[in-house]
Design a protein around this ligand. Structure first.
Ligand SMILES: [Zn+2]
Length: 296
């Protein structure tokens, strides 16, 4: 299931690559044709935060952010992974509770927009949604801290529809090092390796966006399923720790993995918004801004 789902994700990335190779050759028409004949998959979207507001309606065109059903339709989006995210510093039972609130918020948006959305957990369900003229809604947990070092919690998230988990966010977990924190585990701990094995068994994709290089290589060695970088960028273009080197991308691809590139304009410029001061901070492109529903 994972490899099939990964191939669907490849369609989206492949579209971008082919598009870039057509520069100057009637790109708009060809790109449009390719885009709207593909199942376009967004593997990381941060709109979930907005859904926690009971007044938020995904079906209405929103004044901020990038995602709502009208614009998903106009943009030809076929499937979207809504990110379940809380900061790395929020841990323990609180982290689990907040993750469950967000999972519920996504599921409620799907339930209340049955003409447009359908919950999907497999590649086949994405294809079926596409055939039925609906957008497939999926979920990814962004940060292993949200399982509270409990594989049972991971299994509960899976039962509720989560189909990838990013091993860390910007801070270390109790069992994995992040690319933007001081390494304390030398990659994955023994428990962290068991988390990866359990994700493999459950059919939950192992997302290595945000993790340290050593965590990436540990996961690459342990995981029998291809890895996913749900929202990383390229160090060769922007040298930020949470982006991937060319060698890492080659090693990822050699085991069937996929990198999905951040394309938000701030990421492309190599800046992002400082969460507290609103001033640009460089060079951390590829990191997120949770403000205004930006998609990092
Ligand atoms: Zn992120």
């Amino acid at each position: 299931m994972i490899s099939v789902l990964t191939r669907v994700a490849t369609v989206a990335l492949g579209g971008l690559l082919v598009t870039s190779g057509l520069a100057g050759d009637n790109i708009s028409e060809k790109a449009r044709k390719l885009h709207f004949s593909s199942i376009v998959v967004d593997t990381h979207d941060d709109t979930t935060q907005l859904m926690l507001d009971p007044k938020f309606d995904l079906g209405a065109r929103q004044p901020k952010g990038s995602i709502d059903i009208p614009r998903m339709r106009e943009g030809g989006l076929g499937a979207i992974f809504f990110s379940i995210w809380i900061p790395s510093k929020v841990t323990g039972p609180t982290a689990v509770q907040k993750a469950l609130q967000q999972i519920d918020a996504v599921r409620e948006q799907v339930r209340t927009h049955p003409k447009d959305l359908v919950l999907a957990t497999t590649a086949e369900q994405i294809r079926q949604a596409h055939k039925n003229g609906k957008i497939a809604a999926l979920m990814g947990v962004e940060g292993g801290h949200m399982i509270n070092s409990d594989l049972g919690v991971l299994r509960k998230y899976t039962a509720l529809g989560v189909r990838y988990m990013t091993l860390t966010h910007s801070g270390n977990d109790e069992w994995a090092d992040s690319s933007t924190d001081k390494a304390v585990h030398s990659g994955l701990t023994d428990f962290g390796k068991n988390v990866v094995r359990e994700m493999n068994r459950l059919g939950v994709m192992v997302d290595i966006s945000h993790v340290s290089d050593k965590t990436f290589y540990d996961a690459l060695e342990v995981s029998w399923a291809p890895l996913l970088a749900s929202h990383s960028s390229c160090r060769a273009i922007c040298d930020a720790p949470r982006n991937m080197s060319d060698q890492m991308m080659k090693d990822l691809a050699a085991k069937g993995g996929v990198i999905q590139i951040n394309y938000h304009v701030l990421a492309a410029r190599g800046v992002h918004e400082n969460h507290r001061t609103h001033r640009p901070r460089c060079p951390s492109c590829g990191d997120r801004s949770r403000r205004a529903g930006l998609r990092f």
